[in-house]
Design a protein around this ligand. Structure first.
Ligand code: B3K
Ligand code: ZN
Length: 880
């Protein structure tokens, strides 16, 4: 068991840095057995620090110190103290130059933080605290410096040497070595530092900015991937244009580079001028990437590019402010994706993730505010709350201010804070100053954790023609927070008459011809709104466009939901009505599993969706997807996963059987002839066909089987081929399933991204004997414990998406996950800590399950030498 518990860091204890760095000069000597890093820091005491003449403290991690010099003089061993995680130098003058030489071993770095090797290339990941495992440094985001970086390496093995900024010098050295020196003119925190050395090919392009500057764009990949960069390059150019047009942000360096690496802990990283990407988030071709992968790539390329302003030019003061850059940038990338495709579909996708996973996080033991007040291990705080809820908070400011004032606010924010490390409060203040609005109460969104619940009731006064909406808000207790204050919530509503028309919303008897949508502002625990001049009782359309990240409770009848499903003018709410109806039907079957009937009106509603070609097919494609098991778990009081699984499956089977002919017709109708295209229409058609196919195979339908085999063998794109494979794998056609899996692997075995898809289709499959199959996947030659994508595609998918198998009543799924977490904890604690997540919400499950989940957590807790990352998650999950 671990004895030295990691420390908790508190926002309230923030102090400005005692010393600043003006300039960093780095020289990397890269060798096959390690790397020597020479760093020279031009430093001075921070005039704003009240700490005075304190010793200089630099952060370090896993470094071998080879020498320290102050103003050019080597220091004797007694003149400094190497504590491993700190280098302390006493008696430094007010201004000085400190040189440090360290030896590191990127080859044996399996944590994938700092400098490491992936498929023969050197690369870095420094956010949040990786730079300290390269050299001793004040590794905190409010220390911003200009960097110059010289990289030296063997010319043959590493012809490409990259770092941030612009290349200023290059040349040959003895022994077949060469060097390149890069200079970044923009001051930046160390977390944005990057270095790459490898044998890579480049794809080049140019972008001309709004002021006419030509930017050199490059994507670096391994030679075998040379043909898979076009889409990312186009996405990059679209992002650059969009940021100019929508936010007035022009790119600032002369060169912008993206490098794809196979072993990467997350999706990508926004290092200044040198973004490093997980290969799976940049490489794509029609043959190997699904529509979802293309969309993800576009969104991530945009996200990292947008960070150049929201994150790099204006950065975070400390890691408690992480959402300052992440929430804002997710909001920006979701606006971008909405503009590139279907805004309603994008909103549905974002809200699905938020409601399924972020709401769960917000209701669990790791719940934390968008601006946390404390943490042990910052890597654990790259959460859905920081990213997705953070984006929702920015979206609400946008909803409250409107397009124009929001843009004024963002302009002011960028102008006022350019080159600074600031706080979420600075962001809100810029929005207030530009708009004249008071966001004082709104700030609670950053401070209070938990998902607000809006309980809505209504009353119609026939004689006065007045309809009243009463809204009560409450925010549940979360760890360390209770009795929360009411928040400022933008609540967008509309009212419909019986013919499905939107009614004018008149908030007083005098008002006439009011707008048909209004954003009501909730600020009190209880609010009532009266709408006048209504000749009949209206049907309310609540929280249109999901105008705030809240749960709405209102006693909708099934009639009302059916009505909204086909009439709500708000596309999002139309989808949501369908979801609520399906949830209601499934929940009823969970309560009464022996009920003979599945709501016939649900079947008819789906039939209409399948057959009415006048509807927006992109929306229909989303509406046909039943609520996921994970969402049903989230909505349950104490979830019984097998019961949820069985009820959902029963509804699915019933729908599929009742709609068989409609599904076949839908499948045929949506055959997309001609070239593969990525328009939202073509994507919707493929999605509809894949849903139809999956449902038919769910019935083990013979005609469906033939269609699936035909599509599997002849598809000209991965979306269709994988759709067919998935349908076969989840069917009862065992031989076909095995043949298809084999053929697929043989065809794509050399493409790691496709092999990951192949793993995940199997890890999420619904077939009996699941766990034995998962164990086999771990033994497969293509599986690699050192590659996070592989671990995620088997272990992560099994525990996070294959709920019925993971929650096997015998507890074997939990034991399995605990084993894998313990195994990974020694090599890659960040990934291990993420994998624990499905166990953390043990209290959410029915007692038979929760006890066993808790036991699995305790087993992890008792592992020897537990990392700080896993320690924090496990201990917080087990706390009362
Ligand atoms: N900023 C990075 C995330 C870094 C995570 C470090 N553990 C990617 C992004 O959000 O753009
Ligand atoms: Zn980001």
């Amino acid at each position: 068991m671990r004895t030295n518990q990691p420390q908790t860091i508190y926002l309230s204890e923030y102090q400005v840095p005692a010393y600043l760095v003006d300039h960093v000069d780095l020289r990397f000597e890269l060798f096959e057995d390690g790397a020597r890093v020479h760093s020279t820091l031009a430093m001075r005491r921070n005039p704003e620090s009240a700490q005075g003449d304190v010793p200089l403290e630099l952060d370090g991690d896993s470094l071998t110190l080879e020498g320290v010099a102050l103003d050019g003089e080597q220091l004797e061993a007694g003149a400094y103290e190497d504590q491993g995680d700190k280098l302390i130098v006493r008696g430094v003058p007010g201004q000085f130059e400190l040189s440090v030489v360290t030896w590191i071993e990127p080859q044996s770095n399996t944590r994938l933080e700092g400098l490491y090797k992936s498929s023969g290339m050197f690369c870095t990941q420094c956010e949040a605290e990786g730079f300290r495992s390269i050299t001793f440094y004040p590794d905190r985001p409010d220390v911003m410096a200009r960097f110059r970086t010289r990289i030296e390496a063997d010319q043959n093995a590493y012809p490409i040497l990259l770092s941030n900024g612009n290349p200023i010098e290059q040349g040959s050295l003895d022994n077949g070595r060469h060097f390149v020196t890069w200079e970044d003119p923009f001051p930046k925190p160390a977390y944005l530092f990057a270095l790459v050395a490898g044998d890579l090919v480049e794809k080049r392009d140019t972008f001309t900015t709004c002021s006419g500057r030509a930017i050199d764009l490059r994507i670096y990949v391994e030679p075998r991937n040379a043909e898979k960069c076009d889409f990312a390059m186009d996405a990059l150019k679209r992002s650059m244009r969009w940021d100019e047009e929508v936010y007035g942000r022009e790119y600032d360096l002369d060169i912008f580079m993206i490098v794809a690496v196979d072993d990467f802990n997350m999706g990508a990283m926004e290092n200044k001028g040198l973004n490093i990407f997980n290969s799976s988030c940049v490489l794509a071709s029609q043959d190997t990437a699904t529509d979802a992968a293309f969309q993800r790539i576009e969104a991530i390329v945009a996200h990292e590019y947008f960070h150049n302003w929201s994150g790099n030019r204006v950065t975070c003061r400390d890691w408690f402010q992480l959402s300052l850059k992440e929430g804002f940038t997710v909001f920006r990338d979701s606006q971008f994706s909405a503009d590139m495709g279907s805004p309603t579909v994008k909103r549905i996708e974002d809200v699905t993730l938020l409601r399924t996973a972020q709401f769960a996080e917000d209701a669990g033991p790791m719940a934390h505010p968008v601006r946390p007040a404390s943490y042990m291990e910052i890597s654990n705080f790259y959460t859905l709350t920081i990213y997705e809820k953070g984006a929702e908070v920015v979206r609400m400011i946008h909803n409250l201010l409107g397009d124009e004032l929001f843009r004024k606010g963002s302009d002011l924010y960028f102008e006022r804070h350019d080159g600074q490390a600031v706080t979420t409060d600075d962001f809100v203040r810029a929005m207030e100053d530009a708009s004249g609005r008071d966001l004082g109460q709104f700030r609670l969104w950053y401070e209070q954790a938990g998902t607000p619940v809006l309980t809505v009731s209504d009353h119609y006064d026939n004689s006065r023609g007045v309809y009243r909406l009463n809204v009560r808000q409450s925010i549940p207790d979360t760890p360390g927070q209770s009795n929360k204050k009411p928040q400022h919530i933008p609540f967008a509503v509309g009212l419909l008459n019986g013919a499905g028309q939107s009614l004018p919303l008149n908030l007083s008897a005098r008002e006439q011809g009011g707008p048909t949508e209004r954003v009501l502002e909730l600020t009190e625990a209880e609010h009532s709104f009266e709408f006048h001049g209504l000749a009949e009782r209206p049907v309310p359309s609540l929280l249109q466009g999901f105008s705030a990240p809240v749960r709405v409770q209102y006693p909708w009848s099934r009639e009302q939901l059916l009505f909204l499903m086909s009439h709500d003018p708000d596309g999002f709410n139309r989808w949501d009505a369908g979801q609520r109806l399906a949830v209601d039907v499934i929940q009823a079957l969970i309560k009464a599993p022996d009920d003979a009937e599945v709501e016939p009106r649900l079947v008819e509603a789906y039939r209409q969706l399948l057959n009415d070609t006048s509807l927006d097919q992109a929306l229909v494609a989303k509406m046909l997807l039943l609520p996921s098991e994970a969402y049903l778990v989230e909505l349950a009081e104490r979830a019984d996963v097998p019961a949820i699984h069985a009820a959902r499956k029963r509804v699915l089977s019933h729908l599929a059987a009742s709609l068989r002919d409609d599904l076949l017709a839908c499948y045929q109708r949506h055959l997309v002839p001609g070239e593969y295209q990525l328009t939202s229409d073509a994507i919707a058609q493929r999605s509809l066909r894949n849903t139809a196919l999956a449902w038919l195979l769910h019935l083990d339908d013979e005609q469906g089987r033939e269609l699936a085999l035909e599509l599997f063998h002849n598809a000209d794109n991965m979306t269709d081929r994988l759709g067919a494979l998935r349908a076969l794998v989840n069917s009862g056609f065992e031989d076909d399933r095995n043949h298809a899996l084999e053929a697929f692997y043989e065809r794509f075995r050399d493409d790691p991204q496709v092999v990951e898809l192949w793993f995940s289709v199997q890890a999420s499959s619904d077939q009996a004997g699941q766990l034995a199959q998962i164990r086999q996947l771990l033994e497969h030659p293509a599986f690699d414990w050192k590659n996070p994508n592989k671990v995620r595609s088997v272990v992560g998918v099994f525990a996070g998406q294959n709920l019925a198998a993971f929650h096997n009543p015998d507890g074997s799924g939990y034991q399995f996950l605990a084993d894998q977490v313990c195994r990974l904890d020694d090599s890659n604690p960040q990934i291990a800590a993420r994998l624990v997540s499905p166990l953390t919400r043990w209290k959410k499950f029915a007692p038979h399950y929760s006890g066993q989940m808790k036991a699995a957590l305790e087993r992890i807790r008792d592992k020897s030498e537990l990392s700080g990352d896993v320690y924090e998650v496990v201990h917080k999950s087990l706390a009362d």
